[in-house]
Design a binder for this molecule. Structure first.
Ligand SMILES: Cc1ncc(COP(=O)(O)O)c(C=O)c1O
Length: 366
C-alpha cells in the first residue's frame, strides 16, 4: 500500500509510523552517548541504566517492580521481543492462541517456531475478546496466548474485567500470556491502560512487551523490551543471545536518560487524542462510517454507504481515485476475512491529516 501510495502521490495514512520530528532532546542524548564512547557491544540483556529506567517506569505506572537484572530484556523493537518470546516458549506440537485481526508478525513467528497458530476472531463491532470462545479453544497443547492491548488494528483496549477473565481462564494451567502493549500510552477518554504487569497473578505468567519506537515516535530506531519472571526471562535470553545478541548501545543510553522525565510519556494520551479528534472530524464529514477508537493510533471506518467491494479493492481505489492510502482490515486475518473495514493511522502532522481530509471530502455515497 505504501508503494502504491508513493506511485500515486497519495497521502499515506496506511502504515503505522509518525511523519513528524522526534523530540530534539532525545537526539541530543543519543548523540551525547555516542560522543561519550557508548559505541561497542553492550550487555546482551541490555544496558543496565535502560533496564533500570524501564523497571522504574513500569513500577510507577502499573505498580509491579520488575528486577532489571533478571526480568527485563532490551530487544530490537517489539517485533524481536515477540519473535524471541515465541521461539523460546512454543515448540512443535504446541498451540499458540492469537486474536484476529492481528499484527502481521504473530502467525509467522508461531510458524517459524514449528508450533500451530490457533486464531480466534475478536467480536465486532468493538473488536473485543470472547472469553467463552477462548476457554473453549484452550487444549492441553496450548502453550501461549498472544494478546495486544491497545489493539492494532482493532483499536480496542482490555478492560479491568477482561483482565480478570483472562486470569480466570488461564488459572491452574501452564499457559504463558504474551501481552503486546506497544500502544500503552495511547488510551483515550480517561481510561487507564490495563497492563498485565499491573495484575500480579497474570504478571507471574506473562511476557509484557513494549516499544520505544511507538512511545517516542522513533519507529526506525527499533528498540523495545520484554518483561517476564526470571525463569521465563532466562528462556527468552537464551534465544535473544543467538538471534541479535544485543541492541544499539548509544540509543539505549540515550533512552535511559530521556526516561528520567515522566512528562515525556505522560503527555502522549492528550497529544494523540487531539490527532484522533481531528481525523474523526474529517472522516465524519464523508460517507464513511467511523468505528469507536478506544486506543492505539489507528481509526477504523466502514465504507458500506459508498460501495460493497472487498476492502482490498476499495483501499486500492481510494489510493488511485481519491489519493489517500489506508490499510484494508482483511490483511490482518489469516484467511482474509473481510468485514469491509479500512484502517487509518492518525500519528501524522495536522497538515497531513487535513490534506487527507480534503481529498476524502470527494467521496460520495452510492
Ligand atoms: C501491535 C504491534 N506490535 C508490535 C509492533 C512492532 O513494534 P516495533 O516497531 O517496536 O518492532 C507494531 C508496529 O506496528 C504493532 O502494531
Amino acid at each position: 500500500m505504501s508503494a502504491l501510495a508513493a506511485e500515486h502521490g497519495a497521502v499515506n495514512l496506511g502504515q503505522g509510523f509518525p511523519d513528524y520530528a522526534i523530540d530534539p532532546a532525545l537526539i541530543d542524548l543519543v548523540t551525547a552517548a555516542m560522543r561519550a564512547g557508548h559505541n561497542q557491544y553492550p550487555l546482551s540483556a541490555g544496558v543496565m541504566a535502560l533496564r533500570e529506567a524501564i523497571a522504574a517506569k513500569v513500577s510507577r505506572l502499573y505498580g509491579h517492580a520488575y528486577d532489571p537484572e533478571r526480568e527485563v530484556t532490551v530487544t530490537t523493537g517489539a517485533t524481536q521481543a515477540i519473535y524471541t518470546t515465541i521461539q523460546a516458549l512454543a515448540h512443535p506440537g504446541d498451540e499458540v492462541i492469537l486474536f484476529e485481526p492481528a499484527y502481521d508478525s504473530y502467525i509467522p513467528s508461531i510458524r517459524l517456531a514449528g508450533a500451530a497458530p490457533v486464531p480466534l476472531p475478536l467480536t465486532l463491532p468493538e473488536y473485543r475478546i470472547d472469553f467463552a470462545a477462548l476457554a473453549q479453544a484452550i487444549t492441553p497443547r496450548t502453550r501461549v496466548i498472544m494478546l495486544n492491548t491497545p489493539n492494532n488494528p482493532g483499536t480496542s483496549v482490555l478492560s479491568g474485567a477482561d483482565r480478570d477473565a483472562l486470569a480466570a481462564v488461564t488459572r491452574d494451567t501452564p499457559i504463558i500470556v504474551m501481552s503486546d502493549e506497544v500502544y500503552e500510552h495511547m488510551v483515550f477518554d480517561g481510561a487507564a491502560h490495563m497492563s498485565l504487569a499491573g495484575h500480579p497473578e497474570l504478571a507471574a505468567r506473562s511476557v509484557v512487551i513494549g516499544s520505544f519506537g511507538k512511545t517516542f515516535h522513533a519507529t526506525g530506531w527499533k528498540v523495545g523490551y520484554a518483561l517476564a519472571p526470571p525463569e521465563i526471562t532466562a528462556e527468552i535470553r537464551r534465544v535473544h543471545q543467538f538471534t541479535v545478541f544485543t541492541v544499539n548501545s548509544a540509543v539505549q543510553h540515550g533512552l535511559a536518560a530521556f526516561l528520567s522525565d515522566p512528562s515525556r510519556y505522560e503527555a502522549l494520551p492528550t497529544f494523540f487524542a487531539q490527532k484522533r479528534a481531528l481525523l474523526r472530524e474529517l472522516v465524519a464529514a464523508t460517507p464513511l462510517t467511523l468505528l469507536p477508537s478506544a486506543g492505539s493510533y489507528f481509526q477504523l471506518a466502514r465504507y458500506d454507504r459508498i460501495s460493497d467491494e472487498p476492502a482490498a479493492a476499495f483501499a486500492q481505489r481510494l489510493v488511485r481515485e481519491v489519493g489517500v492510502a489506508t490499510i484494508p482490515l482483511s490483511a490482518f486475518y489469516h484467511d482474509s476475512t473481510d468485514h469491509r473495514v479500512i484502517r487509518f493511522c492518525f500519528a501524522k502532522r495536522d497538515e497531513t491529516l487535513l490534506a487527507a481530509g480534503e481529498r476524502l471530502a470527494r467521496l460520495r455515497a452510492a
